[in-house]
Ligand binder design. Structure first.
Ligand SMILES: Cc1ncc(C[n+]2csc(CCOP(=O)(O)OP(=O)(O)O)c2C)c(N)n1
Ligand SMILES: [Mg+2]
Length: 401
């Protein structure tokens, strides 16, 4: 249910009472100056807010009474469950490929499946995603191939050249930088008068970056058709959310930019899909941007180069597993009579076959030329990089990862 403090977020539209005294000059915004308080200062109520929180499906698979009709669309729920399972099987396989020397560093998406698939399901094909580096669920839903994801993490530029969807952005490892891509493309959509939206991912750690605020500011000021999804998985490598920010929610970071911020249970695929759909409909209709904070947990190490057991307790991870997204959707589907053990076994086998086929495609791909590293950076490569390209060509005979 949509709950917590039900009050609207009134930050952006709140009455602005700027005192002449504080501003020091006459300002057209100044009206209704507040009375003087002690010390000769005036009190100004600039913003009052509460953050809405949405959950429809609890960890036991119980559905809230006020759930939207999409919560009873069984074929669509099954499609989402199937893709969530596929991503989980793919994810485990990718980690194993890295462990056996067949893939470079890999960023797991374990635990994020509901958020990622729900976002994909809420979007239209013509919208554009600006991802970070672990949102495979959204990408697979939109048509990116598993073999392309593997190529990318295997160090092949061709992996970023998605066959579908052509206009989605590639992965963005410099934290927060994709926020500017997402805001920028939404600006282009608005200027061109297109009824399309951008959806930009950012992690909890990413919300501390300057580019996060720059993007929100632009989106608010220009009322861009943009949705920003903060995936709060409680960790930024080894930095816990408590050390990351003093803000009580990440959604409230939207308010200073005049943008609505809302929280959703990121392990509840029904809630995420509903909230993102509403935000996209609003944006498409000219209603401006939304920031959505999806509350979830990174069940895996940060990447295959990390060992999370060094900085977080086994108890914390165990508790998080009880909240995980596949389990609750499965419980709900069983209650609906739409799922059982036999179907679960068959689905897992089908997903494993699909993943194996993608791995075969990846492993049999031609080794990329070292030139590929330089190909897409400049229209005309500077002299220093031309020299580096020459040097790199000498490594062409090295064996593949
Ligand atoms: C600008 C920048 N600074 C630091 C890093 C190193 N780095 C890689 S991932 C990461 C943590 C990101 O955490 P978060 O935004 O919460 O995303 P998550 O990995 O949890 O999905 C950091 C600091 C980077 N890639 N880019
Ligand atoms: Mg994080």
């Amino acid at each position: 249910m949509v709950s917590a403090s039900r009050a609207e977020i009134r930050g952006p539209s709140a009455e602005v009472r700027l005192s002449q005294r504080l501003r020091g000059h006459r300002d057209p915004l100044v009206y209704n100056p507040a009375p003087l308080t002690a010390g000769g200062l005036r009190l100004k109520t600039v913003a009052e807010f509460a953050i809405q929180y949405c959950q429809f499906l609890d960890p036991e698979g119980n559905l809230a009474a006020d759930a939207p009709p999409s919560a009873r669309d069984v074929p669509e729920l099954l499609r989402m469950y199937r893709t969530m399972t596929l991503v989980r099987v793919f994810d485990a396989k990718a980690v194993n490929l890295q462990r056996t020397g067949k893939l470079g560093t890999y960023a797991s998406c374990l635990g994020h499946e509901a958020t990622h698939i729900a976002v994909g399901a809420a979007m239209l094909p013509e919208d554009v995603v600006a991802p970070v580096y672990r949102e495979y669920g959204t990408q697979l839903w939109r048509g990116v191939k598993m073999s392309e994801i593997l190529l990318y993490w295997g160090g092949d530029e061709a992996g970023s050249n998605f066959s579908v969807p052509r206009q989605d952005f590639a992965w963005c490892v410099p934290i927060g930088s994709q926020m500017l891509h997402g805001a920028g493309v939404a600006m282009a959509m608005k200027i061109r008068g297109e009824r399309r939206c951008s959806v930009t991912y950012v992690g909890d750690g990413g919300t501390s970056e300057g580019s996060f605020y720059e993007a929100i500011n632009l989106a608010g000021a220009r009322q861009l058709p943009a949705v920003f999804v903060i995936v709060n998985n409680r960790w930024a490598i080894s930095v816990p959310i408590e050390s990351q920010t003093a803000a009580k929610t990440l959604a409230q970071k939207a308010i200073a930019g005049g943008v609505t911020g809302i929280q959703v249970d990121g392990n509840d695929v029904i809630a995420v899909r509903h909230i993102v759909s509403e935000a996209l409909a609003k944006a498409r209709g000219g209603g401006g941007p939304t920031v959505i904070e999806a509350l979830t947990y990174r069940l895996s190490d940060h990447t295959t180069s990390d060992d999370a057991s060094r900085y977080r307790s086994a108890d914390e991870v165990k508790t998080a597993w009880q909240q995980e997204p596949l389990l609750r959707l499965r419980k709900y589907l069983v209650k609906l009579g739409a799922w059982d053990d036999a179907r679960e076994v068959a689905l897992k086998a089908e997903c494993a076959r699909e993943v194996e086929a993608a791995v075969d495609t990846y492993l049999s791909a031609a080794r990329p030329s070292t030139d590929a590293m330089f190909d897409n950076m400049f229209a005309k490569l500077p002299k220093s990089l031309r020299e580096q390209r020459e040097i790199a060509r000498h490594y062409a005979a090295e064996p593949k990862l």
